[in-house]
Design a protein around this ligand. Structure first.
Ligand code: APR
Length: 246
């Protein structure tokens, strides 16, 4: 059965007014990533990191899903059980657009995680003020539910599972700086990359200059503008019009 693997990143939410990380005006341009998003930074200054995620949490309350979120949420419904959408994004815009099954590989801003029992619980947009405690084990050491650099990302196990199960790979709005999309694209005969900017490959030994050269289709557009082209390719693939069954 044909299934679709989607890996999305910060570019998906850019048109909703949420900064990406590594673009010229990206988050990591204005914040020291190791101060606010690493185990060292957390050990060094918990409050500084908590403040950073409190700001991120408050920021998404007013943010609305864009057209790309809506199309991807609808795609989940149209091909029920045949879309595995793995996102690196910690915002809740896919859920605001009605998606139910998106897997947040790097966590979720609107939840907190208990440092004792590791369970997560809903926090909404409220800033953490230190009076919270875990509703499951009553422990008071609770923190943002975001995977930081230097920490394990247990949900990454879904990546290889999706590679095994799916016949079409779609990367949307990710630079591949954290999850390398080149080896993923190599696993697929059919693939689509959506990014308004051509990203150069990192290693000088790479036979290709640009990451998009590893993909079957490159839609060099912003996510919100790329959806029609993407849907035409998906329809062709899922309805087998253009692609012999794999
Ligand atoms: N539509 C599609 N893509 C876009 C758009 C847009 N409107 N605007 C920017 N992009 C692209 C950029 O060209 C870039 O390739 O989105 C990509 C964003 O890359 P990053 O900022 O590196 O974000 P991402 O790949 O999601 O980062 C991965 O790094 O900092 C950590 O944990 C954080 O999950 C994040 C991970």
């Amino acid at each position: 059965m044909k299934k679709i693997m989607i890996l999305s990143g910060a570019g998906l939410s850019a048109e909703s007014g949420i900064s990406t990380f590594r673009d010229s005006d990206g988050l990591w341009e204005n914040h020291d990533v190791m101060e606010v998003c690493s185990t060292q930074g957390w050990i060094k200054n918990r409050q500084h990191v908590t403040n950073f995620y409190n700001e991120r949490r408050a920021d998404i309350e007013s943010k609305e899903p864009n057209y790309a979120h809506e199309v991807l949420a609808k795609l989940e419904q149209t091909y029920r059980g045949r879309v595995i959408h793995l996102t690196q994004n910690i915002d809740n815009l896919m859920e605001k657009a009605g998606a139910k099954d998106v897997i947040h590989l790097h966590g979720t801003l609107t939840d907190l995680r208990c440092e004792a029992c590791t369970k997560t619980f809903h926090m909404g947009y409220t800033p953490q003020d230190g009076n919270e405690s875990c509703p499951y084990c009553a422990n008071k050491r609770v923190r943002h539910n975001v995977v930081m650099f230097g920490e394990a990302a247990p949900l990454y196990s879904h990546i290889q599972q999706a590679v095994k199960e799916c016949s079409l790979f779609i990367a949307i709005g990710t630079s591949g700086a954290v999850i390398d999309i080149i080896p993923l694209a190599k696993e697929f005969k059919h693939s689509i990359l959506i990014d308004p900017k051509r990203q150069e490959t990192k290693s000088m030994y790479d036979p290709h200059t640009y990451i998009d050269e590893y993909f079957e289709h490159f839609i060099e557009k912003k996510a919100g503008v790329a959806m029609e082209d993407m849907m035409a390719i998906i329809k062709g693939h899922m309805e087998d019009k253009y692609f012999p069954s794999t």
